[in-house]
Design a protein around this ligand. Structure first.
Ligand code: ADP
Ligand code: MG
Length: 703
């Protein structure tokens, strides 16, 4: 229950007004008192530490100096831009303070010969160290009010600084805010939790994160606020799970019967890996428990998830239930259909395929046989969600490549039978544990951590563009040996500014280097019509084309065993998860496969790290963990689709894994004792969750 005071429009804060309010909203997304209260410093400076001018170098972070202005000078630079230079001195030397804006105002405000504190970030300019737009205050000014020893630094923007809302002004506003909110910030956690886990009360935590009394309290403030961020997410997902379990309304798949056994004995062309066996056991246990199953199956590309899904669908059939697989693209749905038909050859089981391009008459026939129970397994795309699709007794739903579907879409499948079916969500984008617990905390997770035997690890090589001819020669060599090649480009028609190849140029240069009719090259990208895309895909899938030039549309699921080389152009432009997905398109057959990363010369450190990591490892989980660490908090793929109000301002899932687990255990302990949060002492928690839920619903209505 955010207190009412937090909802006050920021324009009513002393020192703001409507013009600054608009700016604060535009630049920092601050609309209310509450928004501002939860805008935390991104770093802290020890304000008891003063540097001397002689100590300053450009590598230092924000520093403060004590001294006097000894000269002022207005200099006109290029394009008639003027700058104000104040020469500032202490008894060790002089440094220039440079201003480009508000010259007149600054010149009038600050006088020579008076003791000031100057506060700023040293930078190199024309070979000299100086401070650009530092903050200047009178030596005495600090006294009175909230005394500052550790100074918070808030993110700022150029627009804010140009309108005189630098750090100093922002801090002043924050003082006003905390004064206005005194006594009006209400606690969000029950006393017993605060006491038991030694957490600061909320008002104290908020005060200390903005104006730390000392570093001990700053740490405690952090801990309390991070605890809260994680706690409510965990409480929410775990409560959903306990509600689901309390209902005990899951179909009970109690037996393994003819379908499963026949397939296992007669049709299965290879042994299951140990990981596949374990995961099937885990899923079977859940499907037989009487609870409705919600299972997340993670497994690297090529680890054999489809087969696991198929075996589970056969168990559903053995228990008299229908099942379906929903895939994100038509290509993928069709591929599933074909491989499952092949697997089930000779068995008395009916499999249907429903996609956007299923013909009307066929669709009608399919819908009828779903209703009368003739079709046991339905495979398709979003088309499965359409209202006209009804089952006789849908008991098991498989969703492939989870991240492509929103929560809403998933939920729609539930309504296709009277009781909610068991759900298996499969994803090949490995998700670090911490993230999985946050995004899919209500799902139980199974992991296939083993590839089928005999796979040769993919060799990954990284070249810069100057080695293009060598790469082309290598490709020709591979084609001569009968292999096929993917060439992937980041985007179609990107801005001219960035120096990278787009698909159309790429296609041209490829056809020049690999001229027809000796070489056949096809193109697939996101903006093509479905039929054209299909045609190009088929050309490649049937081995008639040597090279497929594509954008990342091929990212998901295509399976062409003979394609053993993946060339990724401008690889620095892809994220790690995407690179890993793309690489997973090769290495599916018996031949040695290669992934070739092409990049420019000038790379950021982060890009370099990404590409190096790709060369070093093929382990999807290692890559996912590194990805989370590299990207840091607040930039989590999939959070949009998660449907949870995940707003981690302080928590870094890459680093706070331990805290997350600690908090999750606490949430679980509370729910074990009081599954629906009905007890008096947990009333506050329940109200908080309900309020959060309301916010999500409101948000959905807007969105
Ligand atoms: P995923 O969906 O996890 O990326 P697939 O289910 O498409 O992987 O499997 C990749 C390939 O490996 C398929 O050709 C499949 O038939 C094969 N496969 C699956 N399990 C095994 C196994 N235990 N042994 C050998 N090959 C397997
Ligand atoms: Mg798959």
């Amino acid at each position: 229950m955010a207190s009412e005071a937090l909802k006050t429009d920021i324009k009513f804060l002393q020192g703001v007004g409507s013009k600054r309010a608009a700016l604060l909203y535009k630049e920092l997304n601050i609309a209310t008192f509450g928004d501002m209260l939860y805008t935390f410093p991104y770093r802290y400076i020890d304000r008891t530490r003063f540097y001397t001018v002689s100590e300053i170098n450009a590598d230092l972070p924000y520093i403060q100096l004590k001294g006097k202005i000894v000269r002022t000078n207005v200099v006109s630079g290029a394009k008639q831009q003027k700058r104000l230079v104040l020469t500032f001195a202490d008894n060790t030397g002089e440094i220039e303070l440079v201003f480009f804006q508000g010259l007149k105002w600054i010149q009038e405000k600050y006088r020579m010969g008076i003791e000031y504190i100057v506060f700023g970030k040293p930078a190199l300019y024309n070979g000299e160290v100086n401070l650009v737009h530092p903050e200047i205050e009178l030596l005495e000014e600090d006294k009175g009010g909230i005394s500052i020893t550790i100074q918070g630094m808030y993110s700022s923007t150029e627009a804010l600084r140009n309108n005189y809302i630098g750090n100093k002004a922002f801090v002043k506003l924050m003082v006003n805010l905390l004064t206005a909110l005194q006594g009006k910030i209400t606690e969000t956690l029950p006393d017993y939790i605060l006491n038991q886990y030694k957490l600061l009360p909320l008002p104290e935590a908020l005060l200390n994160i903005h104006f730390p009394k000392n570093s001990g309290l700053l740490q405690k403030a952090y801990r309390r606020l991070k605890f809260e961020e994680l706690f409510f997410i965990q409480l929410n997902v775990l409560r959903q799970r306990s509600e689901r379990w309390e209902k005990k309304n899951g179909f009970v798949f109690s037996k393994v019967g003819n379908y499963f056994n026949t397939f296992y004995i007669n049709n299965l062309p290879f042994d299951l890996t140990n990981a596949q066996k374990r995961v099937i056991r885990e899923i079977r246990r859940d499907m037989g428990s009487g609870k409705q199953m919600n299972h997340l199956l993670q497994g690297d590309v090529g680890s054999g998830k489809t087969l696991v899904a198929l075996l589970c669908m056969l168990i559903a059939a053995d228990n008299g239930f229908q099942s379906c697989i929903m895939a994100p693209t038509e290509i993928l749905a069709t591929q599933h259909y074909e491989s499952i038909i092949a697997f089930l050859k000779g068995m008395d089981i009916n499999v249907g395929l429903l996609t956007g391009s299923t013909k009307k008459s066929e669709r009608k026939r399919l819908v009828e046989s779903l209703l009368d129970g003739n079709v046991n397994i339905l495979i398709g795309t979003h088309a499965l969600i359409e209202d006209m699709v009804r089952f006789k007794n849908l008991g098991f739903v498989v969703i492939d490549e989870q991240h492509r579907f929103g929560v809403e879409q998933r939920a729609k499948l539930w309504t296709k039978s009277d009781q909610p079916p068991h759900v298996l969500v499969m994803t090949a984008t490995p998700i670090p544990r911490t993230l999985a617990m946050t995004l899919y905390g209500d799902l139980d997770v199974s992991i296939i951590d083993e590839l089928p035997p005999g796979r040769k690890p993919i060799q990954t090589l990284w070249f810069n563009d100057s080695k293009r001819l060598r790469v082309f020669a290598f490709m020709k060599e591979q084609i001569k040996q009968g292999r096929q090649i993917y060439m992937v480009y980041p985007l179609i028609k990107e801005s001219e500014k960035m120096d990278y190849k787009d698909l159309e140029d790429g296609y041209e240069s490829i056809t020049r280097a690999f001229p027809p009719p000796e070489y056949v090259t096809t193109v697939v990208h996101g903006k093509m019509k479905a039929a054209d895309k299909d045609f190009s895909m088929k050309l490649f899938a049937t081995g008639k084309a040597h090279i497929m030039v594509a954008t990342s549309v091929i990212e998901v699921g295509v399976n062409v065993q003979n394609a053993s080389v993946m060339v990724i152009e401008s690889a620095e432009r892809f994220g790690l998860a995407q690179l890993h997905q793309l690489r997973g398109r090769v290495g599916r057959g018996a031949d040695q496969s290669y992934c070739i990363l092409m990049s420019g010369y000038k790379l950021s450190n982060e890009s370099k790290k990404r590409l190096e990591l790709m060369v070093q490892t093929t382990d999807g989980f290692e890559i996912a963990e590194a990805d989370l660490k590299l990207r840091g908090p607040g930039d989590l793929e999939g959070t949009q689709q998660s449907g949870l109000p995940i707003n981690l301002r302080l928590t870094d899932l890459g680093k706070d894994g331990k805290l997350l687990e600690y908090v999750r255990n606490i949430a679980q302990t509370i729910l074990d004792d009081d599954p629906l949060l009905n007890r008096e002492k947990n009333l506050l928690l329940r109200m908080q969750l309900e309020e959060a839920q309301k916010k999500i619903n409101d948000f959905r209505e807007i969105g």
